[in-house]
Design a protein around this ligand. Structure first.
Ligand code: HEC
Ligand code: CU
Length: 403
């Protein structure tokens, strides 16, 4: 009798699966023998499990924790794997012993009660001590790993500090010193040099959000009035082509546009990164059109900064206005918009067409955004922007530094 025989061994009934009542009546045997059917079922299950494993194992998805590109994500994957497989081994051992006992020692017809035992000292000691050691070891290792993931290694001497502030519905990245003492504020795209540990301080302005870049690190909640720490790093040996883009998103439901609150981590070689830092600054208004655009931008400066890193006090003032329902809100810094690749928190590619779409009526592309909601001088109740086509073109030329 095989392992998977479910039919009681003492049953006198012939080995047969439940058959249709018609067949039953005709007394016709099921065409496929019971044993063959059961093993076929297990084979199907096995094949399905194998496919699932393969699908997960060689994932090339943009956001897969099974394809880490840095030390933090690798450590997190290692934690996952060790915990998972130790638990699978324990499960198989315990359930195996249980099944064995059930089948091997089941009551047989005409059998007296089996010998009664009241505990087995050696066994009791073994199955108390072994799990205790196992759980202690996994627990202690996990706690140390959690500490490791909070701060870059003490040996690192080139740490880059970035403060990440979550807003409904976009991410702000502030570098107190991006390089050479330069302060930078940008949005939705975190630019970092390869092989450099980046220490992140996570804040939130409004509700709880969560920071997650599956291939690099995460996830950690961003909680108003609190500050959380984590770090990440992109390893050169995991990157084929520069700049390399890693996808991230808010991982905690935070309101109507939560699903449209994405961001990217863009990894550069050190000299490309340095060039970005060097060139960060107000877009030069070289053409006449851009000059006119710069003047129109006066209607945007209450929320957007365009001439360098954001002033902390100014941002705090915008936040206060936002919290009491005023006409200002903290908004993405647009100083380096021309160097970015996306618009609306990763919603669309950045190009003149999409920028025009966005400005014309942000609600059409991102329902719930605070730009059209609060800028009453530009958008009245769901209508298009109150600027003329020419003014729109001018402002686009200025923002993107078009010649
Ligand atoms: C009331 C404040 C406010 C005003 C005024 C305002 N914006 Fe915005 N803007 C926002 C907010 C908030 C966002 C972020 C929306 C989101 O992604 O959810 C935004 C997003 C943007 C973006 C996309 C940035 C990115 O990185 O995705 C651009 C470009 C932009 N605004 C340009 C302008 C221009 C040009 C004007 C003036 C004509 C303007 N805004 C006026 C608040 C404002
Ligand atoms: Cu969010």
């Amino acid at each position: 009798m095989g392992w998977f025989a479910i039919r009681p061994a003492y049953s006198k009934a012939p080995a047969r699966l439940p058959t249709s009542s018609l067949r039953e009546k005709e007394g016709e045997a099921h065409p496929i023998p019971h044993k063959a059917l059961i093993s076929r079922r297990w084979a199907h299950l096995g094949i399905m499990a194998l496919f699932l494993l393969l699908a997960v194992g060689c994932s090339t998805a943009r956001q897969s924790t099974f394809d880490p590109a840095g030390p933090v994500a690798s450590k997190q994957l290692e934690l996952f794997n060790v915990l998972l497989w130790v638990m699978v081994a324990v499960f198989i051992l315990v359930e195996g012993a249980l099944l064995y006992a059930i089948i091997r020692f089941r009551r047989r017809p005409g059998q007296e009660l089996p010998a009664q035992t009241h505990g087995h000292l050696t066994l009791e000691i073994v199955w108390t001590i072994v799990p205790t050691i196992l759980i202690m070891a996994l627990g202690i290792w996990t706690v140390f790993a959690i500490f490791d993931l909070e701060e870059p290694p003490a040996s690192a001497d080139n740490i880059l500090d970035v403060t990440v502030t979550a807003h409904q519905w976009w991410f702000e990245f502030e570098y107190p010193d991006a390089g050479g003492g330069k302060r930078i504020t940008t949005a939705n795209e975190l630019r970092i040099p390869v092989d450099v540990p980046v220490r992140l301080t996570l804040l939130s302005d409004d509700v709880i959000h969560s920071f997650w870049v599956p291939k690099l690190a995460g996830k950690l909640d961003m909680i108003p009035t609190r500050s959380n720490q984590m770090w990440l790093q992109a390893d050169a040996n995991k990157i084929d082509e520069y700049p390399a883009t890693f996808f991230g998103q808010c991982a905690e439901f935070c309101g109507i546009a939560h699903a449209l609150m994405r961001f990217r981590v863009i990894v550069f070689e050190q000299d490309e990164y340095d060039a970005w830092v060097q060139n960060y600054g107000e877009p030069p208004a070289t053409s006449e059109q851009a000059q006119r655009g710069k003047a129109v931008f006066g209607q945007c400066v209450m929320c957007h900064t365009i001439d360098g890193g954001d002033d902390r006090e100014l941002q705090a003032g915008r936040l206060d206005a936002f919290l009491i329902g005023g006409a200002l809100v903290p908004a993405p810094n647009l100083t380096d918009l021309r160097t970015r690749s996306t618009l609306g928190a990763g919603l669309m590619d950045l190009n003149t067409e999409n920028l025009r779409l966005w400005l014309k009526n942000p609600d059409d592309v991102k329902p719930g955004n605070s730009m059209s909601d609060r800028a009453a001088h530009l958008y009245s109740d769901g209508s298009d922007i109150s600027l003329s086509e020419d003014q729109l073109n001018d402002i686009i030329a200025y923002l993107l530094n078009l010649q």
